[in-house]
Design a protein around this ligand. Structure first.
Ligand SMILES: [Zn+2]
Length: 137
């Protein structure tokens, strides 16, 4: 079914364009839910609108796209060759905001955990086990 393949490719391409990759967020949420964790999602009342908030553990989780949040030394975080200046400026602004929001959240008493797109794509089980350790430690 060539049309289906095209659609999958398109959605894969789109995941690099969207600032939020909802499919990887969903994987993390499902995993946590199946392991008994209850959470709120996309909490706008907190700095940076955390993707997952676990009030019981005073913990927030950001699931970050490697490109959009500039995961250091990550193959997914390579800047495009065209309009490089535009992208560098844009991504730097995202990173500045991330740092600001994480600090604000820590001041509010939250543990801040970042899960990267590449960790989910390439080492999901291991990353999720570690995530649960980070939440509950
Ligand atoms: Zn990465």
């Amino acid at each position: 079914m060539p049309d289906r393949i095209t659609k999958e490719q398109r959605s894969r391409n789109m995941s690099h364009i969207k600032s939020k990759d909802t499919s990887i967020e969903l994987l993390v949420r499902k995993y946590l839910y199946h392991h008994g964790f209850r959470y709120k999602k996309n909490v706008r009342s907190l700095p940076g609108t955390p993707d997952i908030v676990l009030e019981k553990y005073h913990t927030v989780i950001f699931i970050n796209g490697c490109f959009w949040h500039h995961h250091d030394n990550c193959k997914y975080a390579v800047m495009p060759k065209t309009r490089k200046e535009y992208w560098v400026k844009k991504i730097n602004r995202n990173v500045d905001n991330d740092v600001k929001h994480y600090n604000q959240l820590r001041r509010l008493g939250y543990k801040v955990i970042t899960v990267w797109e590449c960790e989910i794509k390439e080492a999901f089980e291991g990353r999720m086990k570690l995530l649960i350790e980070e939440i509950t430690e």
